[in-house]
Design a protein around this ligand. Sequence first.
Ligand SMILES: C[S@@+](CC[C@H](N)C(=O)[O-])C[C@H]1O[C@@H](n2cnc3c(N)ncnc32)[C@H](O)[C@@H]1O
Length: 307
Amino acid sequence: MKSNRNPEDPSSNRKGGMPFWEKMQSKKKAVPAAKKKNFDENQPPASVVRKSMAAGEKGWDQVAQWYDQLVGDHGSDYHKNLIMPAVMARLPQLKGARVIDICCGQGFAGKLLRQAGATLVHGVDASPRLIDAARKRAVADNGLSYEVADACVPGAWADGSYDIALNIMAVHDVPDLPVLCKNIARSLQKNGRVILVFMHPCFRIPKQSHWGWDADKKVQFRRIDRYGSAVEIPITTHPGRSSGESTVFYHRPLSAYVAALSDAGLAVTGCDELCSHRRSQEGLRSKAEHFAAAEFPLFLLLEAFVV
Ligand SMILES: C[S@@+](CC[C@H](N)C(=O)[O-])C[C@H]1O[C@@H](n2cnc3c(N)ncnc32)[C@H](O)[C@@H]1O
């Protein structure tokens, strides 16, 4: 059978597009965060395992060079075509706004937000190397500033002065969701708003969700092996290499996100489910693949306001 994969295009696959977060392979088996007993007894899952970063841990510092190259000046393919258009659609009035980009990475979003009218954008990230890259990118713009900080620890940056907070593709990289949400709320003014975009927790759980093909029905299905428990999933960024660079993905069920925002005084007012814009090449399964790609979202956007 003719393959739909394009060997020249690392993003090409038969599955209607797969973000690099999914391509990064799990290093070892997922570790249940909640005790299995809780899962079996249908009790609320523990929202996190570790409550703060391990000593010496600096976010994505160990993969900073790779990530900076991947994202570049304008964002990755998914940032450009899916994530940022959805964020900007939620923020039609950025003129004069003070924006904080929490877990900003290498700062690609700063320029975009400034071009859209934001008075200032302040970025916070735990990785010194990514903040260094962000500062270099921002050198000609006084409205952009960056600082190294753990978003799960109260800091001077959470000073109640911002109109808008962003957290893009990072909430599942942060160990303490309740404290992160409290710090987001502390950073915002009264009536301030936060927008979070992240891997859809119902459909995209590294190592625990997969595409499958039902030959009888000619249907591409999404298989979810576990969802309701919070799990810590180590991810290796360069599976072929022996360098062992890895990050941790913190899967939590959707209820954990709504609960953490609400406990922090942030009322969820909006939700968008973003499906892949990518299309596989023509082939026997492409119709079913395109249908599945439009049915199962990649990313979830949540909007919440300070109440
Ligand atoms: C996938 S990257 C996303 C970065 C950026 N928002 C983007 O969309 O390109 C996740 C980021 O979260 C940061 N991060 C992880 N844990 C953190 C923490 N506790 N405090 C601050 N930043 C953290 C990492 O250093 C990394 O830059």
